[in-house]
Design a protein around this ligand. Structure first.
Ligand SMILES: [Zn+2]
Length: 295
């Protein structure tokens, strides 16, 4: 049994506060993870647009969004200018690499991708992906090998743009096992390693709130073979770090914990699977799913 550990860094606060704490915890446990970092400006305040979508208030309340992100983060891109995450935190990104962690792209403008991708023309999607790559190269000093779509939002244009980067793999969707994506009747070449487990913001308050309840729930979700868990630096790296540490200690007794790039380099050929939008418990809107039965 394997657990591939992905950490999404979606905001400047997650980078500044969550990542150092996670780096220390992973060091104590002797494990390495894959950090997917938003490379451009943090425009979290604009996410307030999502207020009009069903489920937003319920999620804000259940996960204590103000406590998790802080008011300042909720104003970036509206009343406050959005800080550029990769540029402002280049030293921290390089430290992650020097400690053996994988660093990859989590889009350029997280909120823009999350809210607009479905309506964007292919050239604008390609430009956004190129902006992420340029910011990543400037901050990290090497070419990125992976991309993780913000909010698990995908389109045929986003898969095509990612293919053009010649990546080792991407981790854009939710699903069951690695595959190559097929969408809108088109097939794409880059291997997709989907997140297989629910995220903490989807389960917190629904399956319990104590460390013990959450550890029991997540242990029960582990399957034989490959499991992929996505932590969020903003949540798992700050208020819920004691839970994450307790769970990873439990996982270490039953499985090996690896980076996604380690999984990607050991994969043989994988089948095609269609990517379809679908709802997910505990999250507003839809996410891109590996279609059941095809993967
Ligand atoms: Zn994200």
């Amino acid at each position: 049994m394997q657990l591939a550990l992905k950490v999404d860094v979606c905001t400047f606060a997650g980078m500044q506060q969550g990542v150092p704490a996670l780096m220390q915890t992973f060091g104590e446990l002797g494990i390495h993870a894959s950090f997917f970092v938003t490379c451009g400006p943090d425009h979290s305040g604009r996410a307030i647009r999502r207020v009009f979508r069903r489920g937003f208030f319920e999620k804000m309340r259940r996960t204590n969004a103000v406590g998790t992100y802080g008011w300042k983060t909720l104003l970036y891109g509206t009343l406050l200018p959005g800080p550029h995450v990769a540029r402002r935190c280049a030293a921290l990104l390089r430290e992650l690499v020097s400690r053996g962690h994988e660093v990859a792209m989590h889009g350029y403008d997280h909120v823009y991708w999350h809210d607009k991708l479905a309506q964007l023309p292919p050239d604008e999607v390609a430009a956004e992906v190129q902006r992420a790559k340029a910011a990543f190269c400037a901050a990290v000093g090497s070419a990125p090998q992976a991309f993780g779509a913000p909010g698990w939002q995908c389109s045929a244009a986003s898969f095509a743009s990612e293919d053009s980067l010649g990546l080792q793999y991407h981790s854009d969707t939710r699903g069951f096992a690695p595959y190559r994506p097929e969408m809108d009747g088109r097939r794409f070449t880059t291997i997709e390693i989907p997140t297989t487990m629910p995220t903490l913001d989807e389960t917190y308050g629904r399956v319990g709130t104590s460390d013990a309840e959450l550890v029991r729930f997540y242990d029960a979700q582990l399957n034989l073979g490959l499991n992929v868990y996505t932590a969020h630096a903003e949540m798992d790296g700050r208020g819920q770090l004691s839970w994450l540490k307790a769970w990873l200690q439990s996982v270490q007794k039953q499985a090996s914990i690896v980076r996604l790039i380690d999984v990607a380099t050991e994969l043989g050929d994988v089948p095609y699977a269609r990517v379809v939008p679908g709802p997910i418990a505990g999250r507003a809107g839809t996410v891109a799913w590996q279609e059941a039965g095809r993967g």
